[in-house]
Design a protein around this ligand. Structure first.
Ligand code: HEM
Length: 238
């Protein structure tokens, strides 16, 4: 094993660096995914969203990025579970009140709980949307649009599926709760990622805090408002 591989995989700092890098990559995915999903809120009967979904699932470059994304999700989940177990083993019992070691083990335990909630949400989400789009759980209806240049395109009507899902109170509840968990997970994760990468200098703190707020605050909020609008005020989408 080379020095680099050994440092990354067998030291606690190295393990945190892996979590930080995979986590920051996944944050980028979330920003792009939200930008695409916000097209659900155009009141055009789903045309922009359906054309966007078709593009995202058929473009070869994006398909490759999607495989990388799944690899990063898997890496982040498996490595996070391993780190949580290691932390638990390292600090079994008995701390004095306000011990910083205890504080860090509590936050790492919470990161594990929140991460598990997000993983459960993700599995439900992929089954409802990704597998449906791939035709594995159901056959989505097709819809034809005439573009500005007169060309006609026929695509799967994913918009109708999203509309159908977000009429279910249980689904809307799960999405809202999952976005609260995501917000807390990113709040801690974003700051600790910069610490693990050694980038927490007082000079950069205001920038890190501002960018962090976009990720832990605005992105989960942006995801949460979509099911809430579909459920509580569908008329504004018509
Ligand atoms: C309002 C909330 C959301 C909506 C409407 C939504 C919608 C969709 C749809 C329609 C797909 C399947 C089509 C495609 O692959 O592009 C999809 C895939 C996916 N979604 Fe979401 N999503 C939401 C939130 C989230 C969140 C919060 C996460 C992560 C925590 C997430 C992670 C994923 C992943 C990993 C995929 C598979 C992407 C791929 O194949 O590369 N989604 N989403």
């Amino acid at each position: 094993m080379s020095w680099f591989t050994q440092t990354i995989f067998s030291t606690s700092v190295g393990r945190k660096v892996i979590m930080a890098l995979t986590g920051l990559f996944l944050c980028t995915f979330l920003a792009v995914h939200l930008a695409g999903n916000l097209q659900l809120l155009h009141n055009d009967g789903g045309q922009a969203f359906n054309l966007y979904t078709k593009f995202m699932t058929s473009n070869p470059l994006i398909k490759t990025i999607s495989y990388v994304n799944f690899a990063f999700i898997l890496g982040h989940v498996v490595w996070g579970a391993y780190l949580t177990i290691q932390n638990k083993k390292a600090r079994p019992v008995g701390y004095a009140y306000n011990d910083p070691g205890k504080t860090s083990s509590v936050s790492s335990r919470w990161m594990g709980v929140l991460g598990t909630m997000i993983l459960i949400f993700l599995l439900i989400h992929l089954k409802d949307f990704k597998m449906a789009y791939m035709g594995l759980t159901e056959e989505l209806p097709m819809v034809t649009y005439t573009l500005e240049n007169g060309e006609s395109v026929t695509v799967k009507n994913m918009y109708e599926e999203v509309e159908h899902e977000f009429h279910e109170p249980l689904v809307v509840g799960i999405y809202t709760l999952a976005m609260v968990a995501l917000a807390f997970h990113l709040y801690h994760g974003f700051q600790s990622a910069f610490q693990s990468l050694g980038l927490r200098h007082p000079k950069y703190t205001p920038v890190i805090k501002a960018v962090g707020f976009v990720f832990w605050g605005l992105i989960p909020l942006g995801f949460a408002i979509i099911p809430l609008i579909f459920f509580f005020c569908p008329t504004i989408l018509k």
